[in-house]
Design a protein around this ligand. Structure first.
Ligand SMILES: N[C@@H](CCC(=O)N[C@@H](CS)C(=O)NCC(=O)O)C(=O)O
Length: 277
């Protein structure tokens, strides 16, 4: 989309270790980046170190969109600021809805084409940090899918947390915050190896098998609707980017090949929407 620089949108993502373009790995900002690129929007990224997210969000006047288990506010990214409409949107799903509504005809078209998104995942135990609560019903089927995909991947992030490529200047503070949230005694408690790791990988593979079934309804392309990508593919794609950035590389290669390579093909199919700007 041709756009003057004063109209360039500001997109806020979490700073990671340089080179940032290959290390940014937060799934919800990734969903929004994929949606911005899908819509061919002019934007520029502001990289926020993890310990500064709350302040940045407060300074922008965007309320917290998530709560910790104890009910206190959890300040998160992404945020998108659109100077053209004076809008500030602080949730990845809301960003996709906003882009579709405000810029319906740009880029690759409709982010929310009708389709059946009947994936359900109910975690065995409560997630460490509850997901955002959503009450609105706009694109309710996609919103439901987003919640269940988030739950499915979040239940297995113990495989990924230890390898998060933290930004060096704030790595210690970030790790300390994760230790506090998980109520463990040290960062090394996040390392999961051996038999325990294999068991969690099996569960992850099984869970992705259930999700993968939806991709087998139309095998004319890598997306749920075959050759037509939609926001549902970008939701899964956001998590695949977290996996790529945080799993040991042999495990990422293994996961790409699970269930006949469904997720490797999806990751590659979304490549055209992965520019980090
Ligand atoms: N429902 C929100 C959730 C956003 C969220 O959880 N963001 C994570 C990164 S994926 C975050 O900002 N974490 C900051 C932290 O862990 O301190 C959305 O979809 O935007």
């Amino acid at each position: 989309m041709a756009s003057k620089s004063s109209e360039t949108m500001a997109f806020y993502d979490i700073a990671m270790r340089p080179p940032i373009a290959s290390n940014c790995s937060a799934p919800n900002p990734w969903k929004a980046r994929l949606a911005l690129n899908f819509k061919d929007i002019a934007y520029s990224t502001t990289w926020v170190p993890l310990p500064e997210i709350a302040q940045v969000r407060r300074d922008l006047g965007v309320p917290a969109g998530r709560k910790f288990g104890d009910g206190t506010d959890f300040y998160t990214l992404p945020i998108l600021v659109d100077p053209k409409t004076n809008s500030k949107v602080g949730d990845s799903f809301d960003i996709a809805v906003y882009l579709q509504k405000t810029y319906p005809a740009t880029g690759a078209g409709d982010l929310f084409p009708p389709q059946k998104l009947d994936f359900v995942f109910n975690p065995d135990s409560a997630l460490l940090v509850p997901l955002s609560e959503r009450t609105e019903s706009e694109h309710a089927d996609y919103s439901h899918f987003n919640t269940h995909v988030d739950a499915a991947f979040t239940a297995h992030t113990v495989l990924m947390a230890y390898n998060l490529p933290f930004e060096p200047n704030t790595a210690e503070a970030s790790k300390a915050e994760f230790v506090r949230r998980a109520r463990v005694s040290s960062w090394d408690d996040f390392e999961v190896q051996g038999e325990q790791r294999e068991k969690i990988k099996e569960s992850f593979c099984r869970t992705l098998g259930d999700l993968g079934k939806l991709f087998l309804r139309d095998t004319s392309g890598p997306f749920l609707l075959g050759q037509q990508a939609s926001y549902a593919d970008l939701i899964v794609g956001g998590w695949l980017h977290m996996m790529r950035g945080t799993l040991p590389s042999d495990e990422w290669e293994e996961a790409r090949g699970w269930h006949g390579g469904i997720f490797g093909r999806l990751y590659d199919g979304l490549e055209k929407y992965t520019q980090v700007k």
